[in-house]
Design a binder for this molecule. Sequence first.
Ligand code: CP
Length: 312
Amino acid sequence: MNDTMFFQRDILTSDQFTKAEVGLIIEKARVMRNLVARQGTTDILKGKIMTALFYEPSSRTFGSFIAAMQRLGGGIIPLQGVVYSSVAKGESLPDTVRTFASFSDIIVLRHPTVGASHTAADATDVPVINAGDGPGEHPTQALLDFFTIMDRFGKVDGLTITLVGDLKNGRTVHSLLTLLSLYRPKRVNLVSPSVLPMPAERLQKAKQARIAISETDRLEEVLATTDVLYVTRVQKERFADLDVYERVKHAYVITPETMKHLNKNAILMHPFPRVGEIATEVDSDPRAVYLTRQIPNGMYVRMALLSLILCR
Ligand code: CP
């Protein structure tokens, strides 16, 4: 495994990674974190341009990709929302991608349709990074989540990891479960309302990888044995029936009382945005790492990916 393994490659799904490749990205993210702490910026991507093409709202993914490219010395075409681009006139995704590919060296795409990043990658030779495709995948989030777990525990093997919330529509948990399946966690608990289970094909893949999985709707049963509690938002924008959303939106809310029952050495994660799943009183608990670790790690992981893909 060497640094050129990712040169000019697309990042479309967590399924594409080997354990060695994940290790390389994490190692590179640590280098980037040290670099930012030491000198803030570098110019290794001077002359390179990244288009951030976001058809759906984003704060962290968009902001951290932009910051990552700028800290590496590159330029950006930032399209946050496409209402002022020709997409608003009905332009197709392949035409839009080909257009921006002719101006830039890499395209980061967020899109509401599952598989859109594959469509984009088929339309151009310029590398494409999937920054979230509807209720499909969010592989760069999974990498930063994995980095955060590795930072705290130095391993995934032997840990009990509990994924909570909208496991049906939550792309971050889809991609994270796939990454975890490369390793040997002690157990993965899937905690969701019965209407929002992990999709059967993703569950099947994890089971084929011999991951021990428990499914329950009772969070309290698993708190004491959990090392990583990963909470997700119920994704209102994916519901056809908003009455169903109203019934389940606060199925799990982490409060200081919940934290009393969580293993004292655990960490509490959330990809954000949160809309009530974690009370703000929990933020000062040292086990809460979403603001202090997870979000900053997003930039380091994205710096790692951009440098690996764009530098020979
Ligand atoms: N975690 C995440 O994808 O956040 P944004 O939607 O703000 O990018």
